[in-house]
Write a protein that binds this ligand. Structure first.
Ligand code: FAD
Ligand code: DLZ
Ligand code: SF4
Length: 508
């Protein structure tokens, strides 16, 4: 009997469960560029172009491997506009009643497949190291779901950086060595730039035509769009940047968008690279004495630790996770997040490179835009939709726990035991942003005071009841309590006045 095999835009892996279970001779692969997926948030044009181009190349590869593929382009006049619409249309066309799918990375789409009148089997996505069941078992009965404990289990499971049942070099975590401030210069020129071929050019024309109103620059388009190109970027990064990755993982620089970061999240998340294989290649660099343990362990932790843990939290917490808002924040996301002028250099630089590249590294997302949104009391759902839209690596299963949980503390502390907030001093220590900012990071009050300095206290005082008993935050409250009343009053009055200007749409 003819079955359909669904392959989504972030499932571009030859060993995908739905493909492994299917019969090449009789089954038909369905792939579709659809308006619903391209517009549930206003995705960055580079993100849409990357996904469509990679989908088209993956479909061509499946065909050359002998699969029959029913591929719908966005501008096909018969396009129904949704994944389920396309499945129903293709089922009628081919007389199919059953669909083999791999569980999507978003509740919205899982539910749409469940509600579809066709018989759809959603297979577990095996492209991750931990299954849902393994994460649930790990989480069961724990008071706190700390990533570090989960990560150690993933080290044991994969055998990465292990000597028997012990971590290599005697420690699980070398983060202590990974906090160096921005260096004078970077000895790596960033990700490999791929010249668009004919397939990519066709997609760029389509995206330009349909999505030019979306925030973000389509050109220059340099992303890898197939597995072979993505591997070339990984090899380049391992060769030239991995040895320095750990040291400068948290640094930020005005003129360096990528520092020593791998820029492979979009490739892994779309299925062009396999996470375990990536980690094994990185581990090999350690075994070959090419890269030190702090770099290698730091990188492997991001993938088998944080990435897997975030996915576990998303599926454990359920579909209402993205509407959590325990701090009851409701401010509108400021226009500066969409590229409007701001005097804050750190925001301007982080948003500016997001606009150009659909990329910002972790500390820009966490300690600049995320920190600002949290301190200013931005509605976390708006923040969530912004991150989901503007980054080429953003799919809800990974983006939501990072934003709602880690960055905005909107889940009440499931992901983080305390909110990631800081004054301007942290940004100054880790970057060269403050040197060229209109605000003065050393000014705590006054006309030129860094807004992060004012908003930091404003946030802590607004949420004193919740956080003052947190043992990791007691010091912050003791510092505040030691300040004179007049100073406290000035800080809170100036913070309120600054937020008023922000709300009024001034270019603060
Ligand atoms: P590198 O710094 O080179 O790290 C290596 C790899 O580790 C990444 O490619 C990624 O696969 C993985 N990784 C690192 N940190 C995390 C993390 N916290 N969660 C999951 N994987 C991680 N990552 C996404 O893939 N998609 C998102 O939508 C996303 N949204 C984020 C939103 C916020 C507010 C924050 C603070 C972080 C977010 N991250 C997200 C995590 C991280 O910022 C990106 O994975 C990283 O910046 C990607 O760039 P890179 O490939 O150069 O990473
Ligand atoms: C992100 C995205 C976009 C922009 N477009 C498509 C598309 O047209 N067709 C498709 O199959 N997938 C697309 N995707 C990826 C899906 O949104 C993604 O599979 C779900 O959000 C689940 O992670
Ligand atoms: Fe950002 Fe404040 Fe530094 Fe300006 S002074 S770059 S606003 S932290």
């Amino acid at each position: 009997m003819v079955k359909l095999v669904l392959v989504l835009g972030d499932q571009l892996t030859p060993t995908l469960p739905a493909l492994s279970e299917a019969d090449k001779g009789t089954n038909i692969v369905v792939m579709a560029e659809v308006a619903d997926e391209a517009s549930y948030v206003p995705h960055h044009p580079k993100k849409i172009a990357f996904i469509f181009a990679a989908m088209r190349k993956f479909a061509a590869k499946l065909e050359s491997d002998g699969w029959q593929v029913a591929y719908t382009k966005l501008d096909d006049p018969n396009n129904t506009g949704s994944i389920t619409g396309e499945l129903i249309r293709r089922a009628e066309e081919h007389g199919a009643k059953e669909v083999l799918a791999t569980e999507p990375g978003e509740w919205r789409l899982i539910e749409a497949l469940n509600d579809c009148p066709l018989t759809i089997t959603q297979l577990q996505d095996t492209r991750f190291i931990a299954s849902h069941k393994e994460f649930e078992d790990w989480a069961e009965g724990r008071k706190e779901l700390r990533m570090e404990w989960f990560y150690r289990d993933m080290r044991r499971k994969t055998g990465l950086l292990m000597e028997g049942d012990k971590p290599v070099e005697g420690k699980w975590n070398f983060d202590h060595d990974n906090r160096k401030a921005a260096p004078k210069s970077i000895n790596y020129t960033g990700p490999m730039q791929f010249t668009p071929d004919e397939t990519v050019e066709n997609v760029l024309t389509l995206v330009e035509d349909r999505f030019s109103d979306n925030f973000g620059d389509l050109h220059p388009f340099w992303f890898a769009t197939d597995a072979e190109q993505a591997q070339r970027q990984l090899t380049r990064w391992i060769t030239y940047a991995l040895p320095h990755f750990g040291d400068f993982q948290d640094a930020m620089m005005n003129d360096e968008k990528f520092l020593y970061h791998s820029t492979i999240s979009f490739y892994i998340n779309a299925g062009l690279l396999d996470p375990l294989d990536v980690c094994q290649q990185v581990e090999q660099a350690y075994k070959d004495n090419h890269a030190p343990i702090n770099a290698v362990e730091g990188f492997i932790r991001q993938i088998i630790g944080w990435r897997e843990y975030m996915r576990g939290i998303y599926f454990l917490e359920g579909p209402d996770y993205t509407s959590r808002n325990v701090l009851e924040h409701s401010r509108t996301l400021p226009a500066a997040f969409w590229g409007a002028e701001t005097k804050m250099n750190c925001i301007s630089k982080s948003v500016g490179q997001t606009q150009e590249e659909a990329y910002a590294h972790h500390i820009q997302r966490l300690m600049v835009t995320g920190n600002f949104a949290l301190l200013a009391g931005i509605d976390p759902h708006q923040a969530h939709e912004w991150y989901l839209a503007v980054y080429a690596d953003a799919y809800e299963w990974v983006e939501a726990p990072n934003v709602i949980g880690m960055s905005q503390f909107a889940d009440g502390g499931i992901v983080g035991s305390k909110p990631y907030v800081s004054s301007g001093a942290y940004i100054d220590r880790m970057s060269d942003y403050c040197k060229s900012c209109a605000y003065k990071v050393k000014d705590k009050t006054g006309e030129n005071a860094c807004p992060f300095n004012l908003l930091y206290w404003d946030f802590l005082i607004r949420h004193r009841d919740r956080f003052s008993k947190n043992p990791r935050m007691g010091n912050m409250y003791r510092t505040w309590d030691r300040m004179g009343d007049e100073r406290k009053d000035t800080v809170l009055t100036e913070a309120a006045a600054w937020l008023e200007k922000l709300d009024a749409g001034e270019a603060v």
